[in-house]
Design a protein around this ligand. Structure first.
Ligand SMILES: [Zn+2]
Ligand SMILES: [Zn+2]
Length: 146
């Protein structure tokens, strides 16, 4: 199934996504999936909670379900800046979030940056084959805060 970042996901699509991974369809899981699908950027647990607003279940339930979705590969952690895990819907970005991320010092939002920014970091020599994964984070003030 194709999911595009920043797009809303229908209940049917969310249900299908859960069933494909052998997960039970529950209201909190559908809510978490909806929030992650609508987000342009990876979200932390706190950001998911904030976006859910007046949720009809408690924060611990949301946390447990987020972890469950992570473990099932539906919502992998794509950023670990400052020790905060941020989740995104699997497959929503073609490159699996291997592009650089921007961390705002003011609002702490993590944003996805174009992949080309990271592509210029290429290596030759013995280290080239050793690097399997890069996590590039840039810092500063995001356009919304500036
Ligand atoms: Zn900001
Ligand atoms: Zn990203």
């Amino acid at each position: 199934m194709e999911v595009i970042a920043g797009m809303s996901i229908s209940k049917g699509e969310a249900r299908k996504l859960l069933q494909e991974r052998g997960l039970r369809v529950t209201a909190p899981r559908l809510s978490v999936l909806r929030v992650l699908a609508e987000a342009e950027n990876p979200l932390s647990y706190t950001e998911v909670l904030r976006r859910l607003g007046e949720a009809d279940c408690c924060p611990t339930t949301i946390y447990r379900n987020l972890v469950k979705l992570r473990d099932a590969g539906v919502a992998p952690v794509v950023s670990r800046e400052e020790g905060v895990d941020r989740y995104a819907l699997a497959g929503a970005r073609d490159d699996g979030h291997r592009h650089p991320h921007f961390v705002c010092d003011t609002c702490s939002q993590v944003s996805c940056l174009p992949a080309e920014l990271g592509a210029s970091i290429a290596m030759d020599g013995p280290w080239a084959a050793s690097i399997q994964k890069a996590a590039l984070h840039l810092r500063g003030e995001c356009p919304d805060c500036r």
